[in-house]
Design a protein around this ligand. Sequence first.
Ligand SMILES: Nc1ncnc2c1ncn2[C@@H]1O[C@H](COP(=O)(O)OP(=O)(O)OP(=O)(O)O)[C@@H](O)[C@H]1O
Ligand code: NI
Length: 313
Amino acid sequence: MPQTIHVPVLEVNDLSVAFTRYDRGLRQSTVEVIRNLHLTVGRGELLAVVGSSGSGKSLLAHAILGILPDNAAVSGTLRYEGEPLTPARQEALRGKEIALVPQSVNFLDPLMRVGDQVRSSVREGDADAEVRRIFDRYRLAPGTERRFPFQLSGGMARRVLVSTATVGGPRLVIADEPTPGLDPAAVRETLSRFRELADEGCAVLLITHDIESVLPFADNVAVFYAGTTVETAPAGDFSGDGARLRHPYSRALWQALPQNGFSPIPGVQPHPSALPPGCLFAPRCAAAGTDCSRERPEMRELRGGTVRCIHAT
Ligand SMILES: Nc1ncnc2c1ncn2[C@@H]1O[C@H](COP(=O)(O)OP(=O)(O)OP(=O)(O)O)[C@@H](O)[C@H]1O
Ligand code: NI
């Protein structure tokens, strides 16, 4: 028997995303908003991506799908099922094998009945039957098909977005903040659906602010800070006082939760156009020494996860 080689569904290696701005007349400046970003998601894995607003989570999703605006320059490598994810492949797979649950319900076409929107994402089989099957799965009543987006509640619109993304049987689902504005029961319900997709063999990348809600459903967590990953950890490492976490920022995020004492982190995340030298978190880090400001720490493996901090043990 040939040995099974474990290839991740998605591999992101040294990704960077920069935007070119034309300030005034011919003056042009480039701002790098994502850099040195690494992550992998495997079959059956739910990877939660957490980090504060503006840390680059949505841009990562858009880079994977190939839907960044024209003034964005991307470098690094993306691999899907072991093969480079070229723009042509992104276009061919987008909305099919690779599906996005977008951050905003405004992605629904306001002038199109929701049944038609979901139907257009069906890949094989009887389209009407597939739409009924997926609506049933996400507890959307049959009459929902004929409604327009403005006739849906926020929670229903979210479930329509999930239906659209999953009706075609994707192998990689990227959900960008799929639960804002939902009550706690609806949040758990939505997250358990993503867990189900992972259990069926899908690779799921779930972007969220709500680290606490996602933990029971996630296998691993990638922590973003100022446009890069500072740590990847098994979800179980987010527990107790956070001692098992590797990066001071992950620990700070964890300790900022109300049930963990609500200790806020002093300072703010640096703007992409004014990054500090060395470690990006150093100016806010209680454990930082002068050595932290010398160079950008490399991502390294540590205790079953990865970390970008020279002092982590
Ligand atoms: N089209 C653009 N041109 C220039 N800068 C941009 C553009 N889109 C996003 N950015 C910048 O890139 C950074 C990352 O944005 P992104 O939307 O990925 O953050 P996010 O982590 O998804 O935040 P949130 O949690 O608020 O959704 C921000 O500083 C943002 O201002
Ligand atoms: Ni976002």
